[in-house]
Design a protein around this ligand. Structure first.
Ligand code: COA
Length: 194
């Protein structure tokens, strides 16, 4: 088994029917390539991956406040009765390049977006190693102070991995976080540079 940071060519997703899914993967791969880790079997098959991103609460809050102020201004200037056309862009910040290394920057944190291991290769420690590699990159490359994630309350395997194996702690429960109405545990783990 080989663990390595992904090479963009080899990890390009196959064409997907849903454009938004493709954009989702490209967004992460192009923005934070250091955080995409893959596990490769000896025959070259990719049997596991983790996709993650970096978030900056301070910047996100400032951007949201600026967007809200801008929306308020435009409503005011048009008499306050116009329909806002900025809501979707203000709630979906534009993709940005990876932040430069900032080991001491406060509030920067990593977020695990997606993790999966092929059924044929589960319970071999692959997910644990992928997660640890991503944690290291979050801290070393981006100066992230902690990692966060959401997990379905019914996902016993993932919950065991996050809580018991990796030391994540529950910060709260998000009601109906998933499209099918299931709740999510909001979990977090401090990252320490070794
Ligand atoms: C969750 C998942 C990523 C775990 O991958 P994995 O490579 O099998 O995990 P690991 O082998 O690293 O195991 C980590 C720990 O979880 C435990 N674990 C793994 N599968 C488990 C299961 N089905 N039930 C209970 N515990 C389980 C392991 O025993 C190990 O515990 P230990 O460290 O105390 O020995 C994998 O089951 C998967 O891909 N599931 C479908 C996708 C998914 O749910 N992703 C997470 C979304 S948030």
């Amino acid at each position: 088994m080989i663990f390595r940071r992904s090479e963009r060519k080899k990890t390009q997703p196959r064409p997907l029917s849903k454009k938004n899914k493709l954009q989702y993967y490209y967004y992460h791969i192009l923005s934070w390539p250091q955080l995409l880790q893959v596990a490769e079997a000896t025959n070259g098959d990719i049997v596991g991956y983790v996709l993650a991103k970096v978030e900056d609460e301070e910047a996100a809050t400032a951007a949201a406040a600026a967007a809200a102020a801008s929306s308020k201004d435009s409503n005011t200037s048009s008499g306050g009765g116009g329909t806002s056309t900025t809501s979707s862009s203000s709630s979906s910040p534009a993709p940005r390049s990876p932040a430069p290394p900032a080991p001491n920057a406060p509030e920067v944190h990593g977020h695990i977006t997606s993790l999966a291991v092929a059924r044929t290769h589960r319970k071999l420690g692959i997910a644990s190693k992928l997660m640890q590699a991503t944690h290291t990159a979050m801290a070393e490359v981006f100066g992230a102070r902690y990692a966060s994630l959401h997990v379905r309350v019914s996902n016993a395997a993932a919950f065991h991995l996050y809580s018991r194996t990796l030391g994540y702690q529950i910060r709260g429960v998000e009601d109906k976080y998933y499209a099918d109405g299931e709740d999510a545990f909001d979990m977090r783990k401090p990252l320490v540079l070794s």
